[in-house]
Design a protein around this ligand. Structure first.
Ligand SMILES: *Cc1c(COP(=O)(O)O)cnc(C)c1O
Length: 387
């Protein structure tokens, strides 16, 4: 079908919850995408930090094909090997406790919130301004953005949001607090690396008051910042962590990972999901971890991230570059340049560079972790042509 035909179908039959770009992608390989007319694009958005190994990574494709041909679904009332293997791999690579599977980021966060509340009944949840945790009610209640929350009030009770500073977090936590939920590197708000002092203050406050420290690594985890898990960089270890987005490189999956102290809070019947931990998604995730949990790849993410950040800082009109590894954002001056959404559209249609905007003057770059220097330089060249 042509793009025009798809747009007509959307107008007639699709709930208008998304603002789509006028492009129909039909194929991808590595950092490249091709549209229905055969035009080639450079993908520095990766479906929002999902296809971190690039499109059609052969190891992921093979794992999916192989598992799909044998067994698609049995549900959580039986054993299947990929889920058990993946749980071991996730816990051994991080907090050393146990894992509970979900189908998305927001569901992993819901599981974390329910776990924290069960561990401390009726406890409150403290989250941070600029944070993003998802669109279901619990996650949304921890996502303090007026535009996202207001139409859906009333939200879940017992949530408080504070400024992302060490002092504000320390003051907000008391004996009623069940959990502090934060992203070590905040993604949706335009890539803000939380400082180590804040993370240490959150850790200390949670320890003092018996609250769970939950790191939402749905976007910043899995090598994105140049370490397998973003928390490694700060040395502050959470009690609970959520993962999703890049975990199966495009198949829906989410995971809650907890430390040994909280590993047995959920009992049979407390929480669950029909599709979670399905063999195909878990097989794909095992293939992903095999590639990402590699010191050479992670070193390359750090080196390419530094190269991309330096290149962005040198672009005309760029006033700030933020982030870590290959999770970067840059602010530019509006006036000489059009607002970010327009710039993103021109980057896509004129420069064939896929990226996104997180604010009126902020571009976010989330390229595949498997790119090379040549692709970083090519993206910078296209941005220079645009600016
Ligand atoms: C994207 C995101 C979520 C929500 O994930 P979904 O899979 O869209 O539900 C939660 N937390 C963070 C940090 C995210 O970036």
């Amino acid at each position: 079908m042509t793009l025009r035909e798809l747009q007509a179908l959307e107008r007639a039959h699709v709930v208008p919850a998304y603002a789509r770009q006028p492009v129909q992608f039909v194929r991808g390989a590595g950092a490249r995408l091709w549209d229905v007319d055969g035009a080639e694009y450079l993908d520095f958005q990766t479906g929002l930090a999902v296809t971190s190994l690039g499109h059609s990574h052969p190891a992921v494709v093979e794992a999916i094909r192989d598992q799909a041909a044998r067994l698609l679904h049995v549900g959580n009332l039986f054993y299947s090997e990929p889920a058990m293997q993946l749980a071991r791999r996730l816990s051994e690579s991080s907090l050393g406790g146990k894992v509970h599977f979900a189908n998305s980021g927001t569901e992993a966060v819901e599981a974390a919130l329910k776990l924290a509340r069960k561990a401390k009944p009726a406890g409150t949840i403290v989250s941070l301004q600029r944070g993003f945790h998802g669109r279901t009610y619990g996650s949304l209640s921890a996502t303090p953005q007026e535009s996202k929350q207001a139409p859906f009030a009333p939200l879940v009770p017992g949530f408080a949001a504070v400024a992302p500073t060490a002092q504000a977090v320390a003051e907000a936590v008391d004996e009623r607090t069940a959990a502090v939920l934060l992203e070590p590197v905040q993604g949706e708000s335009g890539v803000w690396v939380l400082d180590d002092e804040l993370l240490r203050a959150a850790r200390a406050a949670c320890d003092e008051h018996g609250a769970a420290l939950i790191f939402d690594e749905v976007q910043c985890g899995l090598g994105r910042t140049g370490t397998l898990w973003a928390y490694e960089d700060s040395g502050v270890v959470p009690d609970v962590m959520t993962s999703a987005k890049a975990l199966a490189n495009g198949l829906p999956i989410g995971a809650l990972i907890c430390s040994p102290r909280l590993a047995d809070v959920f009992a049979p019947g407390d929480h669950g999901s029909t599709f979670a931990g399905g063999p195909v998604a878990c097989a794909a995730a095992l293939a992903v971890l095999e590639v990402i949990d590699d010191s050479e790849l992670l070193a390359s993410v750090r080196a390419l991230g530094a190269r991309l950040a330096a290149g962005l800082a040198a672009l005309p009109g760029v006033v700030d570059v933020r982030g870590r590894g290959l999770m970067l954002a840059c602010d530019f001056e509006i006036g000489p340049h059009p607002p970010a959404p327009q710039l993103v559209r021109r980057a896509l249609l004129e420069q064939r560079l896929v990226l996104n905007a997180t604010g009126p003057a902020t571009l976010r770059l989330l390229p595949p972790l498997t790119i090379g220097e040549a692709e970083v330089d090519e993206a910078l060249q296209r941005l220079r042509a645009l600016l």
